[in-house]
Design a protein around this ligand. Structure first.
Ligand SMILES: Nc1ncnc2c1ncn2[C@@H]1O[C@H](COP(=O)(O)OP(=O)(O)OP(=O)(O)O)[C@@H](O)[C@H]1O
Ligand SMILES: [Mg+2]
Length: 346
């Protein structure tokens, strides 16, 4: 009984320590071993108080919980193992139902909470931006049709043909805006999912990009062939990856190396959801890197550092990846730019 209880805890990504009535370590899961840099073997049976040089608050919480047999939540604690950097954590102490231990202590590193809060804020912000832009695009599209139509009518009535130059400017610019609005408005199709292999997607992107940039760009592949199929919308995923790889090829200015790398990732949190297994896909290029002033904003619509760029490529990639409950991140410095897409495999 107790061993299956323990092995259940061992699967958790949350660091957990169990203590007995005397506040000695009864168990610690691998996440706790990682976090506190000890091995269960060495600490089993030791008083919790000896593990840290500043366990006072946790011990007080435990005594409180012990006295009343209730839960205790400690916020913004500092815990320090001898000779190591201090950790800032929240903890939750709960009485257990098993005979194997008296209390279960869950730890939540604050950095992680700050990161989650930041990600959430970014997601909300992006969602709001997207809606604003869609509404705006919608509002611009209608009068645009009227403008273009009127310019055409006017053109027919013009008696001096040299004036057509002006109506042509109106018509061409209206068309250009129209095309931009269409791109802003398209991607709201829910994905049509079917089992697919990520490497089919990558091979497709590879041949498209090599056809577009026939000289000077090399695409290297480092695939984990044992990756299982994922459920996804092939067209959307091709588009998502293509936009990233095309950017890389453009940044390389026709000369350089792009690497595709796939791996399995275990126990990951994507958009607040926990997955046992996910796919990690990286696109790495050895180009000049993303200009520093753009780095924070490249996923926003209409942000571009390229002449003639509309700044929608990465917005679309992100939208499609989010449709698949995945995440997309970028890390860039001169000589190495890496886009990482994570997609759940369940
Ligand atoms: N691998 C990369 N290396 C250097 N800069 C990059 C890279 N990927 C993206 N960028 C920068 O990020 C900007 C935004 O990219 P995004 O694909 O969203 O728009 P775009 O390429 O400018 O236009 P679009 O893709 O809509 O034609 C690019 O203009 C470029 O400045
Ligand atoms: Mg682009």
């Amino acid at each position: 009984m107790s061993s299956s209880f323990f092995s259940g805890l061992d699967l958790l990504a949350t660091p957990v320590i169990l203590v007995d009535d005397e506040l000695r370590i009864a168990h610690a899961n691998p996440a706790a071993e990682d976090l506190f840099a000890f091995s269960l073997k060495n600490v089993l049976g030791q008083p919790l108080v000896q593990l840290f040089i500043d366990a006072g608050e946790v011990i007080a919480g435990l005594n409180d919980a012990l006295g009343h047999n209730w839960s205790y939540a400690g916020r913004e604690l500092t815990l320090t193992r001898p000779g190591q950097a201090s950790l800032h954590l929240n903890c939750l102490i709960t009485p257990t139902e098993t005979s194997a231990a008296r209390f279960l202590i869950e730890f939540r590193p604050m950095d992680q909470q700050l990161k989650l809060a930041r990600e959430q804020r970014q997601m909300d912000q992006q969602q709001a931006n997207r809606e604003l832009i869609r509404n705006l695009a919608h509002e611009i599209r209608n009068p645009l049709g009227g403008l273009r139509g009127s310019a055409q009518l006017l053109e027919r009535e013009l008696e001096r043909p040299e004036l057509r130059e002006y109506t042509q400017v109106i018509i061409k610019e209206a068309d250009r805006l129209q095309a931009l609005m269409d791109r802003l408005l398209t991607p709201h199709r829910p994905p049509q999912v079917a089992p697919l292999n990520i490497h089919e997607v990558l091979e497709r992107v590879r041949s498209l990009v090599l056809a577009e940039f026939p000289d000077g760009i090399r695409i290297e592949r480092d695939y984990d062939a044992s990756l299982p199929d994922l459920y996804g919308d092939k067209e959307q995923l091709i588009q998502a990856v293509l936009n990233i790889v095309r950017n890389a090829a453009q940044a390389l200015n026709g000369k350089g190396v792009i690497e595709f790398r796939t791996r399995a990732a275990r126990q990951v949190t994507l958009a607040k959801q926990r997955y046992k297994l996910a796919l990690e896909l990286q696109v790495v290029d050895n180009g000049p890197g993303i200009p520093e002033e753009l780095r924070e904003r490249i996923f926003y619509p209409l942000v571009s550092g390229r002449d003639g760029g509309s700044g929608l490529g990465l917005t679309l990639s992100q939208t499609f990846v989010q449709y698949h409950h995945g995440t997309i991140e970028c890390d860039s410095r001169p000589g190495r730019t890496c886009f990482t897409i994570m997609l759940p495999l369940e």
